[in-house]
Ligand binder design. Structure first.
Ligand SMILES: Cc1cc2nc3c(=O)[nH]c(=O)nc-3n(C[C@H](O)[C@H](O)[C@H](O)COP(=O)(O)OP(=O)(O)OC[C@H]3O[C@@H](n4cnc5c(N)ncnc54)[C@H](O)[C@@H]3O)c2cc1C
Length: 456
């Protein structure tokens, strides 16, 4: 088979939101960028509705969703226990976003900035010169092989990290994400075939049309069923997710069980399902000539598996640090991107991983107790949804201490995690600023101790 070859500054693989934004932001700075996608370009990345945060778009220098892309504003959310026990009600900071439209906007921005999109590119293989990725080869829709050489490759292929998994430098730092670190989720838009049934569901939860009822701990500690009934009681949005170990089912199975429990939910209009990494970002996600962004780097808020905003921030940060470098794949420039991301967001993502692990360990019983003890309050629920570390007032701290004192077993489990969560923020600030693998190894060991995956 004939192989055609070309050389460019940067190749981004994966045209989901993280990859499309990274390509756009790097091209804006005058680099020649090729964006490679396995699917037809319009099908790249998530294709359902996701909860996103305006502050993360602003931080990523991307305009927040508007118009048809912005499906619903900050809605009222009722967080309830596994059997619907009332918990806390708050206005969510998230906006419901049409991901297909967001992805299309980012790819259009990329095209306008001069990015070349090579879609339906299959059978990717990578070629290394020493330990540095030198070129990739893909099969084009016409059936020929095309080789792309570049100074920098960006892996934005999602959780499988197609380039990451072949990198001899990154393999030791980026272990494969296992079942208990993965969420199996489904997000669907459904018809409501029995409006009266939907009305009874809302009434049972003291909720109104347009509001969301989010049950936690339904299928094991880390699991959720969130139902938003539309204003006219004729459609609903459902998000379900649980750990992907198989022990608690899967997203699609949870959806089937939900339909049995709530027969007023009718046929699916649109939506999708997938698997999300639920761990802190890898300690190292750059190597000479290679940078990871998005799910490929596990840049996801582990407590609820949200990765859109963090993936956008990563692409913009990467672009900032390679701007102006003679060699955009220079190890030191890429390390700066990694250090900036870890210092800015690594602490809250590590703290979120600590609490995700605690919720898994405590199971559905733990979720029941947290709700009935009133330990999920407006402040910590809002902070969690906003992907920030909660900052309770002195009165709230006294109230929490009182509640914990009535549940000593829970206090024994939670208090050390609260302390470790605080320490996570400080550890992130100590991420090595220069290429120093020994210092990074020490830093990573401390992170693993905070997580409890390495003994003290
Ligand atoms: C059901 C569900 C609900 C979710 N809800 C939310 C939410 O509400 N809020 C939120 O923030 N996050 C949510 N997430 C997570 C979010 O969707 C992901 O974090 C985000 O899509 C990751 O973006 P990405 O660009 O890194 O990867 P992806 O979106 O996975 O994109 C990767 C792209 O790479 C392409 N690709 C893969 N392999 C190759 C290859 N070999 N060659 C070329 N291209 C390749 C893929 O085709 C794809 O287009 C949800 C996930 C699921 C599954």
């Amino acid at each position: 088979m004939t192989v055609t070859g070309e050389s460019t500054d940067v190749v981004v693989v994966g045209a989901g939101t993280a990859g499309a934004n990274a390509a756009y932001q790097i091209a804006r700075q005058g680099r020649q960028v090729v964006l490679v996608e396995r699917r037809p370009a319009d099908d790249g990345g998530a294709q359902w509705n996701n909860g996103t945060l305006d502050w993360q778009f602003e931080r990523a220098d991307v305009a927040p969703p508007t118009g048809a892309e912005r499906v619903a504003e900050h809605g009222v959310t009722h967080i309830v226990g596994p059997e619907g026990q009332p918990g806390v009600t708050l206005v969510s900071p998230t906006v419901t976003t049409d991901m297909a439209l967001l992805g299309r906007r980012l790819r259009t921005l990329a095209l306008d900035a001069g990015v070349t999109i090579l879609d339906r590119a299959e059978h990717l293989s990578a070629e290394y010169r020493g330990t540095r990725l030198a070129s990739i080869e893909v099969t084009t829709p016409e059936g020929s092989r095309r080789r792309l050489a570049a100074s920098l490759f960006v892996d934005a292929t999602g959780r499988r990290g197609v380039l990451r998994s072949q990198s001899p430098v990154l393999q030791p730092w980026c272990p494969t994400v296992r079942g208990q670190e993965l969420c199996s989720a489904a997000d669907v838009h459904l018809e409501i075939t029995d409006g009266a049934g939907a009305g009874r569901f809302l009434e049972a939860h003291h909720a109104s049309p347009g509001e969301t009822v989010t049950a936690v701990g339904v299928n094991g500690g880390f699991s959720t069923v969130a139902i938003t009934v539309g204003e006219d009681l004729d459609h609903a949005r459902v998000l379900v997710g649980c750990l992907a170990t198989g022990r608690h089912g899967t997203g699609p199975r949870m959806l089937g069980e939900l339909r049995d429990r709530e027969p007023w939910l009718g046929p699916t209009i649109s939506g999708g399902f997938g698997v999300i990494p639920l761990r802190r970002p890898y300690a190292r996600f750059t190597a000479p000539g290679l940078a990871l962004v998005g799910d490929a780097a596990c840049q996801v808020f582990p407590a609820h598996g949200s990765g859109i905003g963090t993936g956008l921030i990563a692409g913009t940060t990467l672009a900032r640090f390679v701007a102006g470098l003679e060699d955009p794949g220079d190890e030191h420039g890429l390390w700066n991107y990694q250090a900036q991301f870890q210092r800015e967001l690594g602490g809250v993502l590590l703290a979120s991983d600590i609490f995700r692990r605690l919720s898994t360990e405590m199971g559905s019983d733990g979720a029941r107790t947290l709700i009935s003890a009133g330990l999920i309050n407006e402040t910590n629920a809002r902070a969690g949804l906003d992907q920030r570390w909660p900052e309770p007032s002195a009165t709230e701290l006294v109230d929490m201490a009182g509640r914990l004192s009535r549940h000593p077993g829970l206090a024994r489990r939670m208090l050390p995690r609260l302390v470790r969560g605080q320490m996570a923020g400080r550890l992130a600030q100590r991420y090595p600023v220069r290429v120093d693998l020994e210092a990074l190894d020490r830093w990573d060991r401390t992170a693993r101790r905070l997580l409890g995956t390495l003994p003290n």
